[in-house]
Design a protein around this ligand. Structure first.
Ligand SMILES: Nc1ncnc2c1ncn2[C@@H]1O[C@H](COP(=O)(O)OP(=O)(O)OP(=O)(O)O)[C@@H](O)[C@H]1O
Ligand SMILES: [Mg+2]
Length: 250
C-alpha cells in the first residue's frame, strides 16, 4: 500500500499525511475482498463486518482503528485464520480460508502468523522461556538458542525462568511478543496490545513491536484505540459499523 488515498481503499491514510514507503510491489500477505461476517445464534444477530476489502503487504504496518464494537477484533480473527467469513474472500499468506481444510489452517496459524492479545494470554504454568518455545513445540520443533535470542531481543534475557505471575504486565507482553515471533511468521496480529498497560509501558511495547516488525520484515496489523499506534503505522484503516470508513453503504 502506498499510503495515498485510493478509490478502492478510501479509508487508508498515512498518519499526519506523511507518505509511507512505497510497497505496491511487495506481495500481499493478507487479502480481503468484500468480506461479510454476521454473528447469529438464534438469540442475537449482529452484522459485524459488511463488505470489507483490504490488502496488507509484506512488511507493512497497518493500524486498525474505530469505536468499540465496530468490528476490529472480528476482522483480526479472520486475518489470524481462527474464523471464516460468511461471504467474500480472505487469503492469508497465500491460503484461501474458504477452501482450506482445518489441518491447513492449523499449519498456517502455527507457522505463518503470530498473535498478541490485550490480556497477554501466557500459559501460567510455563516459564517465560517455555511460553516462547510453545509455538515451536506445537510444531514438533525445539530451538533453545532461538528462544534465548528472542527473550534477549525483548529485553528479558534474565527472566527466562520466571513464571508469568513473577513478571510485570509490560514484561508479560514482551514475552507474548517473543512468543508471537517464535516461528518466524510473515504476519503478526495484535489486538489492543497496550490496552492493559500504563501509558509509559504502552509506548515501550509499541516501540518494541515496531522495531521487531521492521527487523524481522513481518507485516503487522494492530487493532487499537491508542492514537500512538496510528502515529507509528504505515497505513491507518478506520472501521465504523463493520465498514471501512469511506466505503459507501450498500
Ligand atoms: N460472538 C459474538 N456473538 C454475537 N455478537 C458478537 C460476537 N462477537 C462480537 N459481536 C458483536 O459484533 C460487533 C463487533 O465486535 P468486535 O468485537 O469485532 O468489535 P471491536 O471493534 O473489536 O470492539 P472493541 O474495541 O470493544 O474491542 C459488536 O457489535 C459485538 O457486539
Ligand atoms: Mg476488540
Amino acid at each position: 500500500m502506498t499510503g495515498t488515498r485510493t478509490p478502492r481503499h478510501p479509508a487508508r491514510t498515512t498518519p499526519d499525511g506523511v507518505a509511507s514507503p512505497p510497497r505496491a510491489a511487495a506481495p500481499a500477505v493478507v487479502l480481503l475482498e468484500d468480506v461479510h461476517r454476521r454473528y447469529s445464534n438464534g438469540r442475537v444477530s449482529v452484522q459485524a463486518l459488511e463488505g470489507v476489502s483490504l490488502t496488507v503487504r509484506a512488511g507493512e504496518f497497518v493500524a486498525l482503528v474505530g469505536p468499540s464494537g465496530c468490528g476490529k477484533s472480528t476482522l483480526l480473527n479472520l486475518i489470524s485464520a481462527v474464523d471464516r467469513p460468511d461471504a467474500g474472500r480472505v487469503v492469508v499468506c497465500g491460503t484461501d480460508l474458504a477452501a482450506a481444510r482445518e489441518a491447513d489452517l492449523t499449519r498456517l496459524r502455527r507457522r505463518s502468523i503470530g498473535v498478541v492479545f490485550q490480556a497477554f494470554h501466557l500459559m501460567p504454568n510455563l516459564t517465560a522461556s517455555e511460553n516462547v518455545a510453545l509455538p515451536l513445540a506445537l510444531d514438533g520443533r525445539r530451538d533453545d538458542a532461538r528462544v534465548a535470542r528472542l527473550l534477549d531481543r525483548v529485553g528479558l534475557g534474565a527472566r527466562g525462568d520466571h513464571y508469568p505471575s513473577e513478571l510485570s504486565g509490560g514484561e508479560q507482553q514482551r514475552v507474548a511478543i517473543a512468543r508471537a515471533l517464535a516461528n518466524g511468521p510473515h504476519l503478526v496480529v495484535a489486538d489492543e496490545p497496550t490496552g492493559n498497560l500504563d501509558s509509559h509501558t504502552g509506548v515501550e511495547i509499541l516501540d518494541l513491536l515496531g522495531e521487531l516488525h521492521r527487523a524481522e520484515g513481518t507485516a503487522l496489523v494492530v487493532a487499537t484505540h491508542d492514537d500512538r499506534v496510528a502515529a507509528r503505522a504505515d497505513t491507518v484503516c478506520a472501521l465504523r459499523d463493520g465498514r471501512l470508513a469511506g466505503t459507501p453503504a450498500g
